[in-house]
Design a protein around this ligand. Structure first.
Ligand SMILES: Cc1cc2nc3c(=O)[nH]c(=O)nc-3n(C[C@H](O)[C@H](O)[C@H](O)COP(=O)(O)O)c2cc1C
Length: 331
Protein backbone atom coordinates (compact mmCIF):
# COMPACT_ATOMS: atom_id res chain seq x y z
CA UNK A 1 0.00 0.00 0.00
CA UNK A 2 2.76 2.40 1.01
CA UNK A 3 4.73 1.50 -2.15
CA UNK A 4 1.67 2.14 -4.28
CA UNK A 5 1.09 5.55 -2.72
CA UNK A 6 4.76 6.46 -3.19
CA UNK A 7 4.55 5.38 -6.88
CA UNK A 8 1.50 7.61 -7.34
CA UNK A 9 3.37 10.65 -6.05
CA UNK A 10 6.46 9.85 -8.13
CA UNK A 11 4.48 9.22 -11.32
CA UNK A 12 1.83 11.91 -11.08
CA UNK A 13 3.91 14.63 -12.73
CA UNK A 14 4.95 12.43 -15.65
CA UNK A 15 1.38 11.16 -16.22
CA UNK A 16 -0.26 14.40 -17.29
CA UNK A 17 -2.08 14.76 -20.60
CA UNK A 18 -2.54 18.19 -22.10
CA UNK A 19 -6.16 17.37 -23.06
CA UNK A 20 -5.55 18.29 -26.70
CA UNK A 21 -6.10 14.74 -27.94
CA UNK A 22 -9.44 13.26 -26.95
CA UNK A 23 -10.73 10.10 -28.63
CA UNK A 24 -14.04 11.49 -29.87
CA UNK A 25 -15.36 8.16 -31.14
CA UNK A 26 -16.75 7.15 -27.77
CA UNK A 27 -18.76 8.41 -24.85
CA UNK A 28 -17.19 7.25 -21.62
CA UNK A 29 -19.97 6.08 -19.29
CA UNK A 30 -18.49 4.91 -15.99
CA UNK A 31 -21.83 4.56 -14.20
CA UNK A 32 -23.35 1.50 -15.78
CA UNK A 33 -20.79 -1.29 -16.22
CA UNK A 34 -18.93 -3.66 -13.91
CA UNK A 35 -15.59 -5.43 -14.00
CA UNK A 36 -17.32 -8.80 -14.23
CA UNK A 37 -16.40 -10.52 -17.48
CA UNK A 38 -19.50 -11.94 -19.11
CA UNK A 39 -18.83 -14.85 -21.45
CA UNK A 40 -19.51 -13.69 -24.97
CA UNK A 41 -19.63 -15.62 -28.17
CA UNK A 42 -19.34 -14.63 -31.78
CA UNK A 43 -19.96 -16.73 -34.86
CA UNK A 44 -17.68 -16.91 -37.85
CA UNK A 45 -17.85 -19.47 -40.67
CA UNK A 46 -20.55 -21.16 -38.62
CA UNK A 47 -18.13 -21.69 -35.70
CA UNK A 48 -18.14 -20.05 -32.30
CA UNK A 49 -15.44 -17.62 -31.17
CA UNK A 50 -15.04 -16.18 -27.68
CA UNK A 51 -13.53 -12.94 -28.92
CA UNK A 52 -14.25 -11.28 -32.27
CA UNK A 53 -10.54 -11.40 -33.04
CA UNK A 54 -8.85 -12.90 -36.08
CA UNK A 55 -5.21 -13.78 -36.57
CA UNK A 56 -4.51 -12.45 -40.06
CA UNK A 57 -2.63 -14.70 -42.46
CA UNK A 58 1.07 -14.76 -41.94
CA UNK A 59 3.97 -16.80 -42.87
CA UNK A 60 4.81 -20.50 -43.27
CA UNK A 61 7.53 -22.61 -44.76
CA UNK A 62 10.46 -21.77 -42.48
CA UNK A 63 11.39 -23.20 -39.09
CA UNK A 64 10.69 -19.84 -37.44
CA UNK A 65 7.26 -19.72 -39.07
CA UNK A 66 6.47 -23.13 -37.62
CA UNK A 67 7.04 -21.80 -34.08
CA UNK A 68 5.02 -18.65 -34.80
CA UNK A 69 2.10 -20.64 -36.24
CA UNK A 70 2.11 -23.04 -33.31
CA UNK A 71 2.04 -20.19 -30.78
CA UNK A 72 -0.78 -18.48 -32.66
CA UNK A 73 -2.74 -21.72 -32.93
CA UNK A 74 -2.37 -22.38 -29.21
CA UNK A 75 -3.71 -18.87 -28.52
CA UNK A 76 -6.68 -19.53 -30.81
CA UNK A 77 -7.50 -22.67 -28.81
CA UNK A 78 -7.11 -20.95 -25.44
CA UNK A 79 -8.93 -17.71 -26.23
CA UNK A 80 -11.43 -18.83 -28.86
CA UNK A 81 -9.98 -16.89 -31.78
CA UNK A 82 -9.87 -17.72 -35.49
CA UNK A 83 -6.88 -17.78 -37.80
CA UNK A 84 -5.89 -17.55 -41.43
CA UNK A 85 -2.75 -19.40 -42.46
CA UNK A 86 -0.08 -17.64 -44.50
CA UNK A 87 0.21 -18.56 -48.15
CA UNK A 88 0.12 -22.34 -48.45
CA UNK A 89 1.60 -22.27 -51.95
CA UNK A 90 4.76 -23.96 -50.76
CA UNK A 91 2.71 -26.97 -49.65
CA UNK A 92 1.49 -27.56 -53.18
CA UNK A 93 5.08 -28.09 -54.34
CA UNK A 94 6.89 -29.17 -51.18
CA UNK A 95 4.74 -31.23 -48.84
CA UNK A 96 7.69 -31.59 -46.45
CA UNK A 97 6.65 -28.22 -44.97
CA UNK A 98 3.27 -29.58 -43.93
CA UNK A 99 4.14 -29.59 -40.22
CA UNK A 100 4.71 -25.81 -40.19
CA UNK A 101 1.11 -25.36 -41.30
CA UNK A 102 -0.50 -28.26 -39.50
CA UNK A 103 -2.12 -26.25 -36.72
CA UNK A 104 -5.53 -27.95 -36.50
CA UNK A 105 -4.41 -30.50 -33.89
CA UNK A 106 -3.28 -27.55 -31.74
CA UNK A 107 -6.28 -25.32 -32.41
CA UNK A 108 -8.90 -27.99 -31.82
CA UNK A 109 -12.06 -28.40 -33.89
CA UNK A 110 -13.92 -25.37 -32.54
CA UNK A 111 -11.73 -22.57 -33.88
CA UNK A 112 -12.24 -21.32 -37.43
CA UNK A 113 -9.17 -21.93 -39.60
CA UNK A 114 -8.59 -20.98 -43.22
CA UNK A 115 -5.92 -22.04 -45.71
CA UNK A 116 -4.51 -19.33 -47.99
CA UNK A 117 -3.45 -19.02 -51.61
CA UNK A 118 -2.64 -16.11 -53.93
CA UNK A 119 -4.69 -15.01 -56.92
CA UNK A 120 -1.76 -15.80 -59.26
CA UNK A 121 -1.66 -19.43 -58.12
CA UNK A 122 -5.42 -19.60 -58.55
CA UNK A 123 -5.08 -18.31 -62.11
CA UNK A 124 -2.41 -20.90 -62.92
CA UNK A 125 -4.58 -23.67 -61.47
CA UNK A 126 -7.65 -22.51 -63.36
CA UNK A 127 -5.56 -22.55 -66.54
CA UNK A 128 -4.37 -26.11 -66.12
CA UNK A 129 -7.63 -27.21 -64.52
CA UNK A 130 -6.00 -28.33 -61.31
CA UNK A 131 -8.12 -26.38 -58.81
CA UNK A 132 -9.09 -29.71 -57.22
CA UNK A 133 -5.71 -29.50 -55.50
CA UNK A 134 -7.07 -26.59 -53.46
CA UNK A 135 -9.86 -28.76 -52.12
CA UNK A 136 -7.30 -31.42 -51.24
CA UNK A 137 -5.14 -28.79 -49.51
CA UNK A 138 -8.06 -27.55 -47.38
CA UNK A 139 -8.96 -31.12 -46.51
CA UNK A 140 -5.41 -32.09 -45.59
CA UNK A 141 -5.10 -29.07 -43.30
CA UNK A 142 -8.56 -29.77 -41.90
CA UNK A 143 -9.33 -26.10 -42.57
CA UNK A 144 -12.83 -24.62 -42.82
CA UNK A 145 -12.18 -23.02 -46.16
CA UNK A 146 -9.75 -20.98 -48.20
CA UNK A 147 -8.56 -17.38 -48.26
CA UNK A 148 -7.58 -15.99 -51.63
CA UNK A 149 -5.26 -13.02 -51.38
CA UNK A 150 -5.35 -10.45 -54.17
CA UNK A 151 -1.97 -8.75 -54.40
CA UNK A 152 -1.23 -7.34 -57.87
CA UNK A 153 1.01 -4.53 -56.61
CA UNK A 154 3.02 -6.85 -54.39
CA UNK A 155 3.53 -9.28 -57.28
CA UNK A 156 4.58 -6.45 -59.60
CA UNK A 157 7.19 -5.14 -57.17
CA UNK A 158 8.49 -8.55 -56.17
CA UNK A 159 11.66 -9.41 -58.09
CA UNK A 160 10.42 -13.02 -58.51
CA UNK A 161 6.74 -11.99 -58.66
CA UNK A 162 4.03 -13.65 -60.74
CA UNK A 163 1.90 -12.11 -63.46
CA UNK A 164 -1.88 -11.81 -63.43
CA UNK A 165 -3.24 -12.28 -66.97
CA UNK A 166 -6.97 -12.04 -66.31
CA UNK A 167 -8.68 -9.62 -63.90
CA UNK A 168 -9.01 -11.05 -60.41
CA UNK A 169 -12.78 -10.64 -60.40
CA UNK A 170 -13.10 -12.96 -63.42
CA UNK A 171 -10.83 -15.54 -61.82
CA UNK A 172 -12.89 -15.46 -58.62
CA UNK A 173 -16.13 -15.85 -60.57
CA UNK A 174 -14.68 -18.79 -62.52
CA UNK A 175 -13.46 -20.48 -59.39
CA UNK A 176 -16.77 -19.98 -57.57
CA UNK A 177 -18.50 -21.86 -60.37
CA UNK A 178 -16.20 -24.84 -59.84
CA UNK A 179 -15.83 -25.07 -56.09
CA UNK A 180 -17.94 -25.62 -53.03
CA UNK A 181 -15.18 -24.43 -50.70
CA UNK A 182 -15.99 -21.59 -48.30
CA UNK A 183 -14.00 -18.62 -49.56
CA UNK A 184 -12.69 -15.41 -48.03
CA UNK A 185 -11.03 -12.77 -50.21
CA UNK A 186 -8.40 -10.39 -48.86
CA UNK A 187 -5.75 -7.89 -49.90
CA UNK A 188 -2.29 -7.76 -48.30
CA UNK A 189 -2.07 -4.28 -46.80
CA UNK A 190 -3.57 -1.69 -49.16
CA UNK A 191 -7.25 -2.59 -48.95
CA UNK A 192 -9.90 -2.40 -51.69
CA UNK A 193 -11.52 0.61 -53.34
CA UNK A 194 -15.27 1.16 -53.62
CA UNK A 195 -15.81 -0.61 -56.94
CA UNK A 196 -13.85 -3.65 -55.86
CA UNK A 197 -15.86 -3.78 -52.64
CA UNK A 198 -19.10 -3.46 -54.60
CA UNK A 199 -18.14 -6.47 -56.74
CA UNK A 200 -16.88 -8.54 -53.82
CA UNK A 201 -20.03 -7.93 -51.77
CA UNK A 202 -22.03 -9.51 -54.58
CA UNK A 203 -19.99 -12.72 -54.74
CA UNK A 204 -21.19 -15.84 -52.88
CA UNK A 205 -18.16 -15.80 -50.58
CA UNK A 206 -18.15 -16.14 -46.80
CA UNK A 207 -16.37 -12.92 -45.96
CA UNK A 208 -14.13 -10.11 -47.14
CA UNK A 209 -10.98 -9.47 -45.15
CA UNK A 210 -10.00 -5.84 -45.68
CA UNK A 211 -6.25 -6.05 -45.08
CA UNK A 212 -6.45 -2.31 -45.33
CA UNK A 213 -3.76 0.30 -45.54
CA UNK A 214 -2.17 1.69 -42.41
CA UNK A 215 -0.17 -1.23 -41.08
CA UNK A 216 2.08 -3.76 -42.74
CA UNK A 217 2.28 -2.92 -46.43
CA UNK A 218 3.50 -5.77 -48.62
CA UNK A 219 4.25 -3.54 -51.58
CA UNK A 220 6.73 -1.76 -49.35
CA UNK A 221 8.10 -5.06 -48.05
CA UNK A 222 8.83 -6.07 -51.66
CA UNK A 223 10.30 -2.68 -52.58
CA UNK A 224 12.64 -3.01 -49.62
CA UNK A 225 13.83 -6.31 -51.17
CA UNK A 226 14.03 -4.83 -54.64
CA UNK A 227 16.70 -2.95 -56.64
CA UNK A 228 17.31 0.79 -56.20
CA UNK A 229 15.57 1.86 -59.44
CA UNK A 230 12.38 -0.12 -58.74
CA UNK A 231 12.37 1.19 -55.17
CA UNK A 232 12.60 4.78 -56.44
CA UNK A 233 10.09 4.50 -59.31
CA UNK A 234 7.45 2.39 -57.59
CA UNK A 235 7.64 4.10 -54.20
CA UNK A 236 4.62 6.42 -54.77
CA UNK A 237 2.34 3.36 -55.07
CA UNK A 238 2.84 2.45 -51.45
CA UNK A 239 0.94 5.56 -50.38
CA UNK A 240 -2.18 4.54 -52.30
CA UNK A 241 -4.89 2.48 -50.66
CA UNK A 242 -7.79 2.56 -48.24
CA UNK A 243 -7.76 2.53 -44.47
CA UNK A 244 -9.90 0.15 -42.43
CA UNK A 245 -12.10 3.04 -41.34
CA UNK A 246 -12.63 4.27 -44.91
CA UNK A 247 -13.43 0.73 -46.02
CA UNK A 248 -15.90 0.15 -43.19
CA UNK A 249 -17.73 3.32 -44.19
CA UNK A 250 -17.64 2.36 -47.88
CA UNK A 251 -19.11 -1.07 -47.12
CA UNK A 252 -21.81 0.54 -44.96
CA UNK A 253 -22.75 2.80 -47.84
CA UNK A 254 -22.83 -0.13 -50.28
CA UNK A 255 -25.00 -2.14 -47.89
CA UNK A 256 -27.53 0.70 -48.05
CA UNK A 257 -27.27 0.96 -51.83
CA UNK A 258 -27.29 -2.67 -52.95
CA UNK A 259 -30.61 -4.51 -53.28
CA UNK A 260 -30.84 -7.14 -50.52
CA UNK A 261 -30.80 -10.09 -52.93
CA UNK A 262 -27.53 -8.87 -54.44
CA UNK A 263 -25.72 -8.53 -51.13
CA UNK A 264 -24.17 -11.98 -50.72
CA UNK A 265 -21.33 -11.41 -48.25
CA UNK A 266 -22.49 -11.85 -44.70
CA UNK A 267 -19.35 -11.12 -42.70
CA UNK A 268 -16.25 -8.96 -42.61
CA UNK A 269 -12.81 -9.28 -41.12
CA UNK A 270 -11.79 -5.69 -40.52
CA UNK A 271 -8.00 -5.77 -40.65
CA UNK A 272 -4.96 -3.87 -41.81
CA UNK A 273 -3.43 -1.25 -39.58
CA UNK A 274 -5.55 -2.20 -36.59
CA UNK A 275 -2.94 -1.72 -33.93
CA UNK A 276 -5.11 -1.15 -30.90
CA UNK A 277 -8.23 -2.81 -29.65
CA UNK A 278 -10.29 0.38 -29.55
CA UNK A 279 -9.91 0.65 -33.33
CA UNK A 280 -11.21 -2.92 -33.57
CA UNK A 281 -13.98 -2.22 -31.10
CA UNK A 282 -15.06 0.95 -32.87
CA UNK A 283 -15.01 -0.41 -36.42
CA UNK A 284 -16.75 -3.70 -35.62
CA UNK A 285 -19.40 -1.68 -33.73
CA UNK A 286 -20.17 0.70 -36.59
CA UNK A 287 -20.12 -1.99 -39.29
CA UNK A 288 -23.55 -2.74 -40.74
CA UNK A 289 -22.40 -6.27 -41.62
CA UNK A 290 -21.43 -8.58 -38.72
CA UNK A 291 -17.71 -8.10 -38.33
CA UNK A 292 -14.74 -9.35 -36.38
CA UNK A 293 -11.38 -7.58 -36.40
CA UNK A 294 -8.04 -8.94 -37.49
CA UNK A 295 -4.39 -8.17 -36.80
CA UNK A 296 -1.20 -9.43 -38.39
CA UNK A 297 1.97 -7.71 -37.29
CA UNK A 298 0.69 -6.90 -33.79
CA UNK A 299 0.36 -10.65 -33.16
CA UNK A 300 3.61 -11.44 -34.89
CA UNK A 301 5.53 -9.19 -32.51
CA UNK A 302 4.37 -11.28 -29.55
CA UNK A 303 4.37 -14.71 -31.21
CA UNK A 304 8.03 -15.13 -32.07
CA UNK A 305 9.31 -16.34 -28.71
CA UNK A 306 7.77 -18.15 -25.76
CA UNK A 307 4.03 -18.77 -25.82
CA UNK A 308 3.64 -17.01 -22.43
CA UNK A 309 4.42 -13.62 -23.99
CA UNK A 310 1.63 -14.04 -26.53
CA UNK A 311 -0.68 -15.39 -23.84
CA UNK A 312 -0.23 -12.29 -21.66
CA UNK A 313 -0.78 -10.03 -24.66
CA UNK A 314 -4.07 -11.68 -25.64
CA UNK A 315 -5.27 -11.94 -22.04
CA UNK A 316 -4.76 -8.17 -21.83
CA UNK A 317 -6.58 -7.62 -25.13
CA UNK A 318 -9.45 -9.63 -23.71
CA UNK A 319 -9.56 -7.50 -20.53
CA UNK A 320 -9.50 -4.38 -22.68
CA UNK A 321 -12.36 -5.66 -24.83
CA UNK A 322 -14.50 -6.19 -21.72
CA UNK A 323 -13.64 -2.73 -20.41
CA UNK A 324 -14.65 -1.19 -23.74
CA UNK A 325 -17.88 -3.20 -23.77
CA UNK A 326 -18.75 -2.13 -20.25
CA UNK A 327 -17.77 1.51 -20.16
CA UNK A 328 -17.55 2.91 -23.70
CA UNK A 329 -20.47 3.74 -25.95
CA UNK A 330 -19.76 4.30 -29.61
CA UNK A 331 -21.13 7.72 -30.62
C1 LIG B 1 5.16 -11.64 -41.84
C2 LIG B 1 3.87 -11.49 -42.60
C3 LIG B 1 3.56 -12.43 -43.56
C4 LIG B 1 2.36 -12.32 -44.29
N1 LIG B 1 2.06 -13.28 -45.22
C5 LIG B 1 0.85 -13.25 -45.81
C6 LIG B 1 0.46 -14.33 -46.65
O1 LIG B 1 1.19 -15.29 -46.86
N2 LIG B 1 -0.78 -14.27 -47.23
C7 LIG B 1 -1.63 -13.21 -47.01
O2 LIG B 1 -2.76 -13.23 -47.48
N3 LIG B 1 -1.25 -12.16 -46.24
C8 LIG B 1 -0.05 -12.16 -45.64
N4 LIG B 1 0.31 -11.13 -44.80
C9 LIG B 1 -0.56 -9.95 -44.69
C10 LIG B 1 -1.41 -10.00 -43.43
O3 LIG B 1 -2.34 -11.05 -43.51
C11 LIG B 1 -2.18 -8.68 -43.22
O4 LIG B 1 -3.14 -8.55 -44.24
C12 LIG B 1 -1.29 -7.49 -43.23
O5 LIG B 1 -0.15 -7.75 -42.44
C13 LIG B 1 -1.99 -6.23 -42.68
O6 LIG B 1 -2.35 -6.40 -41.35
P1 LIG B 1 -1.52 -5.68 -40.16
O7 LIG B 1 -1.44 -4.23 -40.52
O8 LIG B 1 -2.32 -5.95 -38.92
O9 LIG B 1 -0.15 -6.32 -40.11
C14 LIG B 1 1.48 -11.23 -44.06
C15 LIG B 1 1.83 -10.29 -43.07
C16 LIG B 1 2.98 -10.40 -42.34
C17 LIG B 1 3.28 -9.36 -41.30
Amino acid sequence: MEDRKRDHIDLAFSSKLDGKYVDKRFDYEPLFGTHEQQEQSYTFLGKKMQMPLWVSSMTGGTKRAGTINKNLAQACAEFGLGMGLGSCRILLDSPEHFNDFNVRPIMGDEAPLLANIGICQLEAMLEDQSTDKLGELVEKLDADGLIIHINPLQEAFQPEGDIIKRPAIELLQDFLERTSLKLVVKEVGQGFGQNSLRQLLQLPIEAIEFSAMGGTNFSLVELNRSNAISAEVFNPFIHVGHTAEDMTRMVNQLVDELPEEQLKVKQLIISGGISNLLDGYYLTSISKIPAIYGMGSAFLRHAMGDYEKLQIYIETLKDGWHLANNFLKVK
